[in-house]
Design a protein around this ligand. Sequence first.
Ligand code: NAD
Length: 286
Amino acid sequence: MSSCPKIKLNNGNEIPQMGFGVYQIKGDELTEKCVAEALKVGYRHIDTAHYYENERGVGAAIKKSGIPRDQIWVTSKVWVTEFGSGKTKAAIEKMLKRLDMEYIDLVLLHYPYNDYLGAYKELEEEYKKGHIKNIGISNFEDYKFEDLYNKVEIKPVLNQIELHPYFQQREIRKKMDELNCKTEGWAPLGQALTNLFAEDCIKKLSEKYKKTPAQIVLRWHIQSGFITIPKSCKPERIKENFEVFDFELTEDEMKSIDELNGKRSRVQYNWLIMYFALWLLPAPKD
Ligand code: NAD
């Protein structure tokens, strides 16, 4: 079977195009199990966040896998309550301890709220010290993307945004392409909350290629050039989601999926997340 391609970033570093996402995997024990399973079937890129409260599980699975650290790409994200002078530097120190690592491949600002410029400046300092190998952002979907991009010294290598056939974010992606900031899509399967897998075009391709609807959707992400990070806790699905490098959709088939854009809305409203996360929920535990 062909292997997972890598995407070259604006600083020359290369990220495996498919990673394993661990949002909503509860606790370090289950996370360790799922990440171990993902590494076993070939994933070499894990996407976590302080907010998910499972970085220790990610670090433990990587350590126990015996795979050399430099062969696995680890992304984590700094939460909004940790943005600002002095706070972000301290947050990275704690993140390194939770992951039990000497460096993190990529750190993202999780959402564009609070003092995101102050936070980014501290990530730049951590980058210069070698604690972080790449800096990126997440959910910068409006004017804040260019605001940040124009003001920072070390340009973000990617922007992680909600992205699936129903919600293709064409406007912000155009700006990101112009500035060579790569697109990483979260909720690539639409969190399985929508009707996506039952769409006629997906079902037809699933039959033609003898692949599941999830594999067809993930193949669309790969051929669109997106970095993608599907999540699952089920071993058979973790494996299935990674088996998308041995077939290719035609241009017309890609277009048939492109046409789903806008048919349904996004799955997660950022302002709602912020409302709960910033004012109603406690900050993530250290
Ligand atoms: P996803 O689109 O990856 O959907 C995950 C869900 O899809 C699973 O819980 C399961 O119900 C279903 N699923 C998975 N594989 C399947 C298969 N083969 N067949 C049928 N159903 C299947 O959604 P997600 O987890 O929200 O997003 C992926 C990753 O993106 C996260 O784990 C996380 O790392 C990241 N993320 C980032 C942000 C952000 O704000 N930056 C927000 C959400 C998620």
